[in-house]
Design a protein around this ligand. Structure first.
Ligand SMILES: Nc1ncnc2c1ncn2[C@@H]1O[C@H](COP(=O)(O)OP(=O)(O)O)[C@@H](O)[C@H]1O
Ligand SMILES: [Mg+2]
Length: 429
């Protein structure tokens, strides 16, 4: 094993990011090593020990770590990973959990990811790569517009278009042209209409250890309608038929690990499999190279194993020795958003009732700020209300009871988190 010496405290961690995901990460680390050893940047109004920092400025992050004697960094969002924050810290004595820039292309480039999947036999929808909008005309006609168009780069969840007609597909191409010009890299892939599940895992580059299967709720309105958002809620575990989990392991996770090993990727962090299941078969829609938000807000409360130990094992390359254990029962997260989100919304609204929420509810903050002892809204997604109970039904009603106590002007939330039928995942049809 690689023994290194650190001048920095190896028992202090910096979580990078500002959402509910980062609040959950910091909260989980704090259970292992205490809040005084957990720093977050830039954080938000609810995360203790939040520090305003521009996390795209890697030098500033390094200076902060040196000043606070922080020995380890956990990166929440994709942007710094795609821009090479892990590569930057390789030459320092500060350890960082995450993939390097090359491995982060699994998320940052849909074309890179699809070619990787193809090369290593990862089950995924058939696809074609294009570098010019005009070249896609024939395929669109042939498929009668029933296809999925994916812009190649990071687009903050706004680069994927599921189409149902030629006119719709052509409109998407026009939009891509307007934003990026005619020479724009993109993918067209087969549309698979099934049920989705997220499998989030850790890797040290040698093995992959999964957390519980989870599901988010991307669309704004009940019944999965309306515009896409960052996520309106999540729950775990998803009751996956064992045959389906076996299929995911065999045809998605195992070949991915083979690829990471063969390519000798520097990958010590989180790998997220976005999966579609149809007729008993699973297809990988995408990789993310970090935790999902809001899935993290249920997965980490459900995780019994120390995140600190998992993080260290990822860095040291002995993740295979870690046993993942989970709290029994179900976790539900209802996201409270500002009225108008994901479009225009107002900020600075006073949030009432946080203190009235029962002790067994966890409220992870997202777009909030703390001012003169009060908590104000400061973003689109404002709070995550997380409940735990023996059944999904009970967890849901506990979460919604707690939501009733919290109030801010124009607060909105979905009332059907965790209520999907998921026929394809259960295989009992
Ligand atoms: N091949 C596909 N068939 C059907 N729906 C798809 C397909 N690929 C993506 N989608 C839908 O589009 C959403 C976003 O696609 P994804 O690849 O996860 O990109 P991103 O999260 O980067 O926007 C998915 O969650 C899924 O609902
Ligand atoms: Mg996705």
């Amino acid at each position: 094993m690689n023994i290194q010496h650190y001048k920095h405290s190896t028992k202090r961690i910096l979580v990078l990011g500002s959402g509910g995901r980062e609040h959950a990460l910091a909260w989980k680390f704090a259970r292992d090593i205490g809040w005084k050893n957990v720093f977050t940047a830039p954080g938000n109004g609810g995360i203790p020990n939040s520090h305003l920092l521009n996390i795209q400025d890697f030098k500033a992050v390094k200076d902060f770590c040196e000043w606070q004697q922080i020995g380890m960094i956990f990166v929440g969002p994709e942007q710094p990973l795609a821009e090479g924050i892990v590569d930057y810290f390789k030459s320092t004595d500060i350890q960082i959990i995450g993939p390097d820039k090359q491995a982060a292309k699994l998320e940052a480039s849909k074309i890179f990811a699809k070619k990787f999947m193809q090369k290593y036999g990862v089950s995924t929808a058939s696809f074609h790569v294009f570098n010019h909008t005009a070249d896609a005309k024939n395929l669109i006609a042939e498929k009668q517009g029933n296809l999925v168009i994916k812009f190649d780069g990071l687009a903050g969840g706004k680069g994927v278009f599921v189409c149902s007609s030629v006119a719709e597909a052509q409109e998407v191409l026009q939009k891509l042209e307007q934003s990026y010009g005619k020479n724009v890299p993109f993918i067209i892939e087969d549309k698979i209409q099934g049920d989705e599940v997220s499998v989030i895992a850790f890797t040290d580059g040698r093995s992959i250890k999964t957390l519980q299967p989870s599901q988010d709720h991307k669309q704004l309105y009940e019944g999965d309608t309306g515009p896409n958002t960052g996520g309106m809620g999540a729950y775990c575990p998803v009751d996956l038929a064992p045959e389906i989990m076996a299929d995911i392991n065999k045809n998605i996770i195992a070949p991915t690990l083979k690829g990471i090993q063969t390519e000798e990727m520097h990958y010590k962090g989180v790998i997220y499999f976005g999966i579609m299941v149809k007729d008993g078969k699973s297809y990988l829609l995408e990789y993310n190279v970090r935790f999902g938000d809001p899935e993290t807000e249920v997965l980490l409360p459900a995780l019994k194993t120390s995140l600190w130990d998992i993080g260290k094992a990822c860095l040291q390359g002995n993740l295979s020795e870690i046993t993942m254990t989970f709290n029994p029962g179900y976790f539900v997260d209802v996201v409270l958003v500002s009225g108008g989100y994901p479009g225009r919304y107002e900020k600075g609204k006073l949030i009432n009732g946080l203190k009235d929420v029962n002790d067994d509810i966890i409220v992870f903050h997202a777009g909030t700020k703390s001012e003169n002892g009060q908590i104000l809204t400061n973003g689109g997604r404002v709070l995550n209300v997380v409940a735990h109970a023996g059944t999904l039904e009970q967890a849901r009603s506990k979460a919604y009871e707690a939501v009733e106590k919290i109030k801010f002007d124009r607060m909105y939330f979905r009332k059907d988190i965790g209520m999907r039928k998921n026929y394809e995942l259960k295989m009992d049809n």
